[in-house]
Design a protein around this ligand. Structure first.
Ligand code: AMP
Length: 287
């Protein structure tokens, strides 16, 4: 998790290199849909350019399809998802279903004014897709663009204009940072990374935070073993919850069937009050 421009995509690449698992970025998937001109891409284009969020159902469906791909079977790095509490809840259910619990939730924190500067200064080369920043990393000289090109052709992403950046940051604070980090703070998986300053220093802090969270630096083999143990625990927990639900349902059914004759009798007595033979006899004798 992190605001737009916090560098989560860049840091995700370092995690990919270390753990050898795929980087699943919902922003990248949506941009690809746009390039391919699909119906979703066209619908998402306007939303993305205005700094809004694509609807939860679409995003949840997209992540579901992606995480069911074989390359995600041994793990994945999510980037830009979940962005809402509804997405976080859906993800929790999906991860139980595919028996792949989360290991950590990283929250990249950067001051808002820094973010505005970073994003509104960001430029992307249309040809090699390299990312530059007019303030901190202007297009490289001599250029290393694609074969046959002697210079980069940089453009600003439509959603990197200053107004849109501010709208995106507001949306992130309201819909993501406060509620979604609140959601994960209960899980004990949440780690905050100070993402200001030099990119390499942030990478180091990220790995330190991950190592500190798990108590010590862990080898991938050990992590796989731990993930298997966690999956087994998650399976056990799900079974337990299901057993409790079945028991409760049974109890409710038994209570209902026991209560039914009594209720019927009560209804009867309300509808047809019992006649009092003694009173009737007294009235007759008076007549
Ligand atoms: P990103 O590249 O992660 O900054 O995403 C770019 C844009 O894609 C966002 O500003 C949203 O409009 C859209 N987007 C990406 N991920 C999501 C998501 N999980 N939920 C809703 N919209 C998303």
């Amino acid at each position: 998790m992190g605001a737009p421009g916090s560098g989560k995509g860049t840091q995700a690449q370092h995690l990919v290199s270390r753990y050898g698992i795929p980087h699943v970025s919902t922003g990248d998937i949506l941009r690809k849909e746009q390039q391919q001109g699909t119906a979703l891409g066209l619908r998402a284009k306007q939303i993305m350019e205005s700094g809004g969020y694509v609807d939860d159902a679409t995003m949840i469906g997209m992540i579901r399809n992606r995480l069911l791909q074989p390359d995600a079977a041994n793990g994945f790095i999510l980037d830009g998802f979940p962005r809402t509490v509804a997405q976080a809840e859906a993800l929790a259910k999906l991860l139980i279903e595919i028996e792949s619990p989360l290991d950590a939730v990283l929250l990249f924190e950067v001051n808002n004014e820094q973010l505005v500067k970073r994003l509104s200064g960001r430029r992307v080369c249309e040809f090699c897709k390299k990312v530059f920043n007019v303030h901190t990393a202007p297009p490289s000289v001599p250029p290393e663009c694609v074969d046959g090109r002697t210079e980069h052709q940089v453009v600003q992403r439509a959603d990197d204009s200053e107004d849109t950046v501010r709208a995106r940051l507001r949306k992130y604070e309201e819909m993501t940072r406060r509620p979604v980090s609140g959601f994960y703070s209960y899980t004990g998986l949440m780690r905050t990374v100070d993402a200001e300053g030099d990119i390499d220093a942030v990478t180091q802090r990220m790995f330190d935070t991950l190592a500190a969270g798990s108590g010590k630096k862990t080898a991938p083999a050990k992590q796989k073993k731990r993930a298997a143990v966690r999956r087994a625990k998650a399976r056990k927990a799900v079974k337990k919850v299901r057993r409790v639900i079945r028991k409760l349902a049974k109890k409710v059914a038994v209570k209902r069937s026991a209560a039914q004759p009594a209720r019927k009798a009560k209804r009867k007595s309300v509808r047809k009050p019992a006649r009092r033979p003694a009173a009737r006899a007294r009235r007759k004798s008076k007549r």
